[in-house]
Design a protein around this ligand. Sequence first.
Ligand code: NAP
Ligand code: ZN
Ligand code: ZN
Length: 349
Amino acid sequence: MTQVKAYSAASATSGLRPDTVERRAPGPHDVAIDIAFCGLCHSDVHTIRSEWGPAKYPLVPGHEIVGVVSRVGDSVEGFTVGQRVGVGCMVDSCRECDSCLEGFEQYCEAGNVGTYGAVDRRNGDVITQGGYSQGIVVDENYVVHIPEGMDPAAAAPLLCAGVTTYSPLRYLDVQEGDAIGVIGLGGLGHMGVKIAKALGATVTVFTTSPAKAPEALALGADTVVVSSDPAAMASAKGSLNAILDTVAAVHDLNPYLRTLARDGALIQLGLPSEKMPPVDPGQLIRRRLAYGGSLIGGIAETQEMLDFCAEHGIASDIEMVTAAELDQAYDRMVAGDVKYRFVLDVATL
Ligand code: NAP
Ligand code: ZN
Ligand code: ZN
């Protein structure tokens, strides 16, 4: 066991404070990682504030982890000391069910083991602790390589925000010329814009923040619709093949469904803590629309996404924060005041 510095929450209202966590000695298949950067995901906020149900405190959040391999177990084949690596939202799964065998570990039928706040499969007493910490030990099957030349801090958000938008765009088989909508220009949303553009799509951003309109265009969007403007919403009617909904708060989906063309799909990525207003089945039926959801991405898909981003020169637009600024960063995220992902500089722990 090794103790590392971390920031944890003691309760839903405590905020994040200095703490330590124990990391296991690397087993034969484990990779020990010195963490350099960890992105701040809105899921960290939902979890730490117990918005998705009671969290298991004390809890260290963080699942957009980039660091350097410091040690490897005897049987590790894919990683060597000194390599730059990433860990996303999962650190284990059953490895036997159809989802695991097909590379969709996130949908593991026994439940994937989240990077934080989950019961560790190896030892039922241990609750996993995340990346707002100096180090982590992870089975090599749940670690990915950060491509050469990619800025490590700007790569961190790809481990969740990147793959969560890449996976449904690939599942939908988005092609050159497809028209894709992205609702909400935050961490997920800005990655959705960049990845959809790199796939050759034209992109419409729906935002509640008029001030983000020029920035959305600078990120590559072709059209920006301020969702509170009924005329702008009407002008987008029937124009889109698919929409990624990345909004972290309760909102009505029906105005967005109207912007889908026949056979279009609205994919829910954001998971607000309260129930959403119902989707109008009449709209789905009349244009053969689909309403679905998608959870992060598999491990191989995460590596594929990183390589895709490196090839296309894509990374996250980040604002670096120190450990002492974490609480303030959470408040700013809830207020929509982030461009477009906070990243914790782990050296400040
Ligand atoms: P974020 O950076 O805070 O971005 C969310 C964006 O939603 C905001 O920037 C804002 O964009 C928009 N928004 C916020 N409040 C709104 C409101 N009341 N009405 C309309 N729009 C609003 O969050 P994130 O890290 O991208 O995460 C977004 C959501 O996805 C969270 O619920 C998170 O838990 C979830 N998530 C899901 C997965 C998955 O696997 N499915 C993975 C990661 C995260 P505008 O200012 O442009 O309106
Ligand atoms: Zn996340
Ligand atoms: Zn499984």
